[in-house]
Design a protein around this ligand. Structure first.
Ligand code: DQA
Length: 143
């Protein structure tokens, strides 16, 4: 079965509690549950992970590549706007990476308007809350 890695960056472990007016009340576990259901319907397997550490995300991108994953869905959270290392990691692998955000960074502070991930990803889905992840999984299924 094709696998899709779903990688989540810093502070997303606090989803549900963290600024719910911006990020919604679903927890990361809730989102994982929704993705599992959708993945089953699409005949995909998901591997969902979260870390507050940049290097873990780099390592997991490499791992997705080595495992021959069909795609990576990446919410790099704050590292989106700072990480040349994540940009380089996405460029270094052949697995397509879909950038995802719960909020729409372009409607927010100007420091969120640049994405080091978006310049290397195959596409970006942002602004639909937890549904952004489901849209990304549908996109992954069609790659
Ligand atoms: C986020 C948007 C980022 O700007 C922010 O740093 C996050 C979450 C989102 O999913 O909306 O941590 O990636």
């Amino acid at each position: 079965m094709d696998s899709v890695f779903v990688l989540n960056g810093p502070n997303l472990n606090l989803l549900g509690l963290r600024e719910p007016a911006i990020y919604g009340s679903d927890t990361l576990d809730d989102i994982a549950g929704m993705l599992e259901d959708r993945a089953r319907a699409l005949g995909l397997e998901i591997d969902m992970r979260q870390s507050n550490h940049e290097g873990h995300l780099v390592d997991w991108l490499h791992e997705a590549n080595a495992a021959g994953a069909k795609a990576v869905i990446l919410n790099a959270a704050g590292f989106t706007h700072t990480s040349v290392a994540l940009h380089d990691a996405i460029k270094a692998i052949s697995v397509p990476v879909i950038e995802v955000h719960l909020s729409n960074p372009h409607r927010r502070e100007s420091f969120r308007h640049n994405s080091f991930v978006g310049g290397a990803a195959i596409g970006t889905i942002a602004g639909f809350g937890a549904f952004s992840y489901l849209l990304a999984l549908d996109a992954a299924a069609r790659l």
